[in-house]
Design a protein around this ligand. Sequence first.
Ligand code: DP6
Length: 356
Amino acid sequence: MSEVYSASVTAPVNIATLKYWGKRDTKLNLPTNSSISVTLDQAHLRTLTTVSTGPQYLASKLYLNGHEETLNKPRLVAVLMTLKELRKEVEAKDPTLPKFSDWNLLIVSENNFPTAAGLASSAAGLAAFVTAIAKLYQLPQSFSEISKIARQGSGSACRSLFGGFVAWEMGELADGSDSKAVEVAPKSHWPDIKAAILVVSADKKDTSSTSGMQITVNTSDLFQYRIKEVVPKRFVDMKDAILKKDFNAFADMTIKDSNSFHAVCLDSTPPIFYMNDTSKSIIKLVNLINDQSIANGEGLIAAYTYDAGPNAVIYYEAKNEVKILSTLYKYFGELPGWEALDDALLAGVKSVEGPI
Ligand code: DP6
């Protein structure tokens, strides 16, 4: 009988409200600024990954949504090497354990949403990839420690290890040992925050985040102002707004940061466009919704944000749901992936029991 060991996890998508855009070290994947995100409901957006290993596996293989993908990418190679090293430490402490570190892996991943369309698929994907292997390997490290490995795979992935409101502290050290994700507040702290996602297009984006941010780092003057003058203060203020449950302040900074991120993309040479005309119409409508609520003395009630793609994520409080969703639906109800999330914030990575 051949031996097979397996582990499964699901990892959620996170959508940044303070964007990570720029690397100071491309090899270790260290960012030029700290960032903040909200983790979304796994019922709608998640990666399910099952990883198995056994002495009879002839090669390591990765399948994403039923298609074989190469594992021969520098960042995946680095992540796998780090995880194997940690497994070796576990095996050295208990020599009775099977020698997983010598065996190949079969990694099978599936997203329940469009891949690479600006819905943070790489974040959920890499978070699931790393945590599934960490679970299989029974690594003792904390989630923050494991987040550093996920960060090497894809920066935003480190934030998908936690639920609720999450910060990625950029760190200062050259070896990246202080560049990790931490929880700002759990879902239970502010449970009535919800998110609507308007899938404007499910096509793959033209410019990947990885190459787009390097173009910006190398060519945009505005970018220097963003990372030095804008983001450090916003990082402190946004955490504060979350802790105080101050939606007006949270929405104001979320909107401004999305605009700032797309502005540095436009300031790059060649310019990078992630939003399309439909994205811009959604922005106008959200502004009208907010203008009206400001006139009623309620402050901002809807916060839009766009990642490296045209799809809108709109955060709001449950008490304003009917007002916001009915207006959005009236104008954009025909979008194919129109979806309101019932329960936007959920716990981070989950273990899934059962055979593969
Ligand atoms: C716009 O994490 O995908 O979504 O580290 O190169 O894999 P790599 O980039 P990635 O970039 C995400 C960019 C963003 C903003 C964010 O999620 O903070």
